[in-house]
Write a protein that binds this ligand. Sequence first.
Ligand SMILES: *[C@@H]1O[C@H](CO)[C@@H](O)[C@H](O)[C@H]1NC(C)=O
Length: 168
Amino acid sequence: MPNIHFPLFLLPVIISLILFNTAAAGGSVHDLLRQHGLPAGLIPNEINSYILDPTTGLLEVRLNRPCYTKYDGPAFFDRVVRGNLSYGALRGVEGLKQEELFLWLPVRGILVTDPSSGVILFDIGVAHKRLSLSLFEVPPECLPEGDGVGGRSVVSEGEEDKKLRFWN
Ligand SMILES: *[C@@H]1O[C@H](CO)[C@@H](O)[C@H](O)[C@H]1NC(C)=O
């Protein structure tokens, strides 16, 4: 009899361990941003995993798939987004683009120098864009291209691949 009950007894423990680990891996990059004085909405809500190198501050976030979303205008996240995280800044960003006047421009850096100003700065190379912090309070949902963001055309999977390579 004990041979039958022993694994059953362990089952809830194992399940809760699995759930806890999944939640920890999936949720806390947004807390990590907040702890660094940055808004959680800088990273979409559906992430696969992330790694922070504590010595260099290099943050690498893996999404389930490339992600279109919208802040003041269309934005695009690659499957992997990287940046050097420090207090109030994500520098050397790779994998995030914003559409400006029909051009997709890489976002190189993100800065919150004065939270009380309600302003966040996006370094897009040609300029520093001032955006309202309130646009970034909530981690945005990923949308397929053409669903009101970044899309004037609907592309098939294959075409999308080509386009992504072109953007890189
Ligand atoms: C980001 O961190 C890496 C590794 O520490 C460093 O080589 C690189 O210069 C940094 N980039 C920026 C823009 O700070």
